[in-house]
Design a protein around this ligand. Structure first.
Ligand SMILES: C[S@@+](CC[C@H](N)C(=O)[O-])C[C@H]1O[C@@H](n2cnc3c(N)ncnc32)[C@H](O)[C@@H]1O
Length: 230
């Protein structure tokens, strides 16, 4: 019997991934952390973490009272992520695992981050992944999903031309992901970022409490103390 593909592993790209994509010092990564609203003391899991750029920033934002963990299908990505965390002096639990089989018990995390990974998953695995993320989130937990969605008018022709041929990406470009997210148990979603290519949503297990509203900057953690960029 043919083994079902869990996703597109980027094992072979681990050495050049940080050179080709925004690394932990970039504005994009800091913006992602702001959008996800990582708060001190939270337990955060980054699924499909690659070499861990976002995971280390999440670890710094969660601080000593919180924790960060990351999983990826690609063993070499995980090796790099471990080395990165060690260099910065952060304790992060990085494991080789697939997002449809997360090796943590129910209700372990306040926040799950998925950045630029969902379009790697075959459609059936997307559903299994969302159910699994829902399982490991605490009752008031949230999922920050940063990925392809219905394109803006500006990029629509380009996206259609390049990406509509790939089934997992087409699924997202046609706007099917939000309904699947709801079917998997997330009762409330908000659009928090509409970019040229990628969009960001926060998806909650419960309608409320969601994000603190009392201060204008409440969702923006200060990334201080240890700095990954020296
Ligand atoms: C485009 S990279 C994104 C990496 C990182 N999250 C970022 O924002 O740069 C997608 C990552 O997802 C991983 N991946 C693909 N399928 C996966 C799965 N089923 N479970 C866990 N990781 C997976 C790939 O190995 C790759 O490292």
């Amino acid at each position: 019997m043919r083994k079902e593909k869990k996703g597109i592993s980027l094992n072979g790209f681990s050495a050049c991934y940080d050179l080709l994509t925004p690394a932990e010092c970039s504005r994009l990564r800091r913006r992602q952390i702001e959008l996800a609203g990582v708060r001190e003391g939270e337990a955060v899991l980054d699924v499909g973490c690659g070499p861990g750029a976002l995971t280390v920033l999440a670890g710094l934002a969660a601080g000593r009272k919180g924790s960060a963990a990351g999983i990826d299908l690609a063993p070499r990505m995980i090796e790099r992520a471990r080395r990165k965390a060690k260099r910065i002096g952060l304790e992060i639990d990085f494991r080789v695992a697939s997002v449809d089989d997360i090796p943590w018990p129910d209700g372990s995390f306040d926040l799950v981050i998925s950045s630029m990974m969902f379009h790697h998953l075959p459609v059936r695995i997307k559903e299994a992944a969302l159910l699994e993320i829902h399982r490991v989130l605490k009752p008031e937990g949230r999922l920050f999903l940063y990925d392809f969605a219905v394109p803006s008018p500006l990029t629509f022709p380009l996206m259609l031309l390049l990406l509509v041929w790939i089934a997992p990406t087409r699924y997202q470009l046609l706007g099917r992901l939000p309904a699947l997210i709801r079917r998997c148990g997330f009762v409330y979603s908000e659009w928090i970022h509409r970019g040229i290519f990628f969009n960001g949503t926060l998806n909650y297990k419960q309608r409320w409490p969601a994000r603190p509203t009392e201060e204008p900057d409440a969702g923006t953690p200060e990334i201080g103390g240890e700095q990954p960029c020296g």
